[in-house]
Ligand binder design. Structure first.
Ligand code: SF4
Ligand code: ZN
Length: 268
């Protein structure tokens, strides 16, 4: 996952997972003088939520003496997420939730800021809970081949894409919460105001109930996935990436997903 001379951008949202990851990677990095770390944060523009989280990210980076770069939806796409949600609601769009837009736009913004920071790896704090939820989400969406992409190290299939790694992918969320508590790490605790709209939330609740009744469920889902992945990768067509004809960023089709979404809202 990591090499001694990597330049690692850590995606820090200000929540417990990403701030714990920042603490741990900073500690590890001290033993590797050729490696370099920086923290990157995406400010989606969610009033009362991200602005609060950002304060925790800034404070932690100062305390750990880590370089910190912030990129906003406003500067990248011209709109804050709150503004985009207003447009989504005005248009009465029901097929995609605020989280669907947020996830796609944030992934792009993170890649841009990591690239700008000169990183060759982008570490995100996805934990075991996130990963198993994503596996089930893809099944429910009928997108079975996408499950093959739920893995600890993603391939960087284009020179403009920074390789994404997930150091916490086998760590249950509760263990990270315990680590943060024991280390007296300060983080943002309030949930995003749009979080309730996500199908992911229902899956999270269902998995937590299952885990409580049948301990080990989440690990088993991840392990099963690891066994199935080679077969999925073998049947999945190799995705050839090209430059988006609108923004120039890497995409499978002619127009990338962020541009498609912004076009759909009439803001591109
Ligand atoms: Fe974005 Fe949804 Fe996460 Fe809120 S809960 S930050 S809208 S992905
Ligand atoms: Zn594009």
């Amino acid at each position: 996952m990591l090499k001694p001379d990597d330049v690692v951008a850590i995606a820090v949202s200000g929540g417990k997972d990403s701030i714990s990851l920042l603490h741990i990677l900073t500690k590890i990095e001290r033993n590797f003088p050729e490696a370099r770390l920086c923290a990157v944060t995406v400010d989606e523009g969610i009033k009362g939520y991200r602005d609060e989280a950002l304060k925790f990210a800034v404070k932690t980076c100062q305390k750990l003496d880590v370089e910190h770069k912030v990129i906003s939806f406003k500067e990248t796409y011209g709109y804050r997420l709150d503004e985009l949600v207003d447009i989504i609601r005005r248009k009465g769009q029901k097929d995609l939730t605020p989280c669907s837009y947020c996830g796609v736009l944030r992934r792009r913004a993170l890649n841009n800021i990591a690239r700008k920071a000169g990183a060759n790896k982008l570490a995100t704090a996805h934990n075991l809970d996130d990963e198993t939820q994503t596996i089930l989400l893809n099944i429910i969406h009928g997108d079975a081949l996408r499950i093959a992409r739920v893995k600890p190290v993603l391939s960087a299939a284009h020179p403009k894409l920074i390789q994404r790694i997930k150091p916490f992918c086998e760590v249950p969320e509760r263990e990270i919460a315990l680590y943060a508590h024991l280390k007296k790490i300060q983080f943002q605790g309030i949930p995003c105001p749009y979080a309730q709209t996500a199908l992911r939330n229902d899956i999270r609740n269902m998995l937590n109930k299952m885990e409580q009744k049948h301990a080990g469920t989440k690990f088993m889902i991840l392990r099963s996935m690891e066994r199935i992945r080679p077969a999925l990768e073998a049947i999945g067509a190799e995705e050839k990436l090209q430059d988006c004809k609108l923004c120039g960023e890497p995409t499978i089709g002619e127009v990338c997903k962020p541009c498609q979404m912004l076009e759909k809202l009439g803001v591109l």
